[in-house]
Design a protein around this ligand. Structure first.
Ligand code: 15L
Length: 277
C-alpha cells in the first residue's frame, strides 16, 4: 500500500516506517523534524496541524501516484495543557481527515492510547467497549480524536482503526510495563494488520503484546488480524530485580493508565499566565 506516516521521525514512527517498508509498503513520511538517516521515501517537513500544509502534502502525493492510507502517529506523547493536547491530537486528526475526504483516501490507522480509558479501574480483563474514561488531558484529546474518526467513518465511509497503545518500548521498564508492553515487532504487526483488514469501518483495538501478565482484551485486535507474538514475561526477572517503590507500584496498579491516573499528573486545564503555583 502507499502509506503516509505522520510523526515519522518519532519513536514509533522510526520503527514503523522501516517495518512497513520491509513488509512491502511504499512509505512517505511527514514530520516537523527532518527524515531520520536511512529513510528512503518522500519526506514532508510539515506540521500536520496546519490544514494548508496538509492539503499541499496530499496534492503532491496525489500527483505522484496517490495514497491508499494514512497512519497518524504525530502528537505530544504525554500530558500538557488542554489546548496543547487538543491542537496536537484533535486538530491534526481533523486536518488529515478533511484532506483524506478531498483526495479520496479511505483509510486511517490512528495511534490512540490506553489513556483514553486510563481512569478505568483495573479489572481482570479490560474490554474494548468500556466507556471513554480519560486519565489526563492527553487522554481527553485521544477520546476526542477517536470520536472524530467515528464521525468521518459514519459521514464519509472512511475506514478508521484506532489502536489504543500501551507502553511502546524496546523492552518493559516497570512492573506495570510487564502487562502494558507493546514490542517493536508487534507494533509493526499491529499497524500492518490495521492497514490490511477488510472493511473495518470504525474499529478499536488494544495495542499491547501477548503479555502473560496482560489484562487487556486482545480478541478484538485478533479479529482485525493483529496476532501479537511477543511477551514481556521474558524481561520479568530483570524488571522485578530492579529498584521499585512498592507504594508507587501499588498506586499505579489501581487504574489502566498507571502513573497518568495518579495525582502526580493533576494540573489545571488552561495555563494561566501569572497564576501562582
Ligand atoms: C502513552 O500513550 C504515552 O504516549 C506514553 O508516554 C506512556 O505513558 C504510555 O502511554 C503508557 O501508558 O505506558
Amino acid at each position: 500500500m502507499r502509506v503516509l506516516v505522520t510523526g515519522a521521525a518519532g519513536s514509533i514512527g522510526t520503527v514503523l516506517c522501516s517495518g512497513l517498508v520491509d513488509r512491502g509498503h511504499s512509505v512517505s513520511g511527514l514530520d516537523r523534524a527532518p527524515a531520520p538517516e536511512g529513510f528512503t521515501g518522500d519526506w514532508f517537513a510539515t506540521d500536520c496541524g496546519d490544514p494548508d500544509a496538509v492539503e499541499a502534502t496530499f496534492t503532491t502525493l496525489s500527483r505522484s501516484g496517490g495514497l491508499d492510507a494514512v497512519v497518524h502517529l504525530a502528537g505530544i506523547p504525554t500530558e500538557a495543557s488542554l489546548p496543547e493536547e487538543l491542537d496536537s491530537h484533535v486538530i491534526t486528526t481533523a486536518a488529515l481527515l478533511d484532506a483524506m475526504v478531498r483526495h479520496g483516501v479511505s483509510r486511517i490507522v490512528y495511534a490512540s492510547s490506553n489513556h483514553a480509558v486510563g481512569r478505568t479501574p483495573r479489572t481482570e480483563l479490560l474490554a474494548i467497549d468500556v466507556p471513554a474514561r480519560p486519565d489526563t488531558f492527553y487522554g481527553v484529546a485521544k477520546v476526542a480524536a477517536e470520536a472524530l474518526l467515528r464521525l468521518y467513518a459514519d459521514r464519509h465511509g472512511i475506514d478508521a482503526v484506532a489502536t489504543r497503545i500501551g507502553s511502546f518500548l524496546a523492552q518493559p521498564e516497570s512492573v506495570r510495563g510487564l502487562a502494558t508492553w507493546l514490542s517493536y515487532d508487534d507494533a509493526v504487526r499491529m499497524f500492518d494488520a490495521a492497514l490490511a483488514t477488510p472493511d473495518p469501518g470504525f474499529a478499536v483495538m488494544y495495542g499491547v503484546s501477548a503479555n502473560t501478565r496482560g489484562w487487556w482484551d486482545l480478541a478484538p485486535g485478533r479479529a482485525l488480524g493483529y496476532h501479537p507474538e511477543d511477551d514481556a514475561e521474558r524481561f520479568a526477572d530483570v524488571v522485578l530485580a530492579g529498584d521499585h517503590d512498592p507504594e508507587r507500584g501499588e498506586a499505579e496498579g489501581d487504574y489502566v493508565g498507571g502513573p497518568f491516573a495518579t495525582p502526580d499528573f493533576e494540573r489545571a486545564a488552561l495555563d494561566t499566565p501569572g497564576a501562582a503555583g
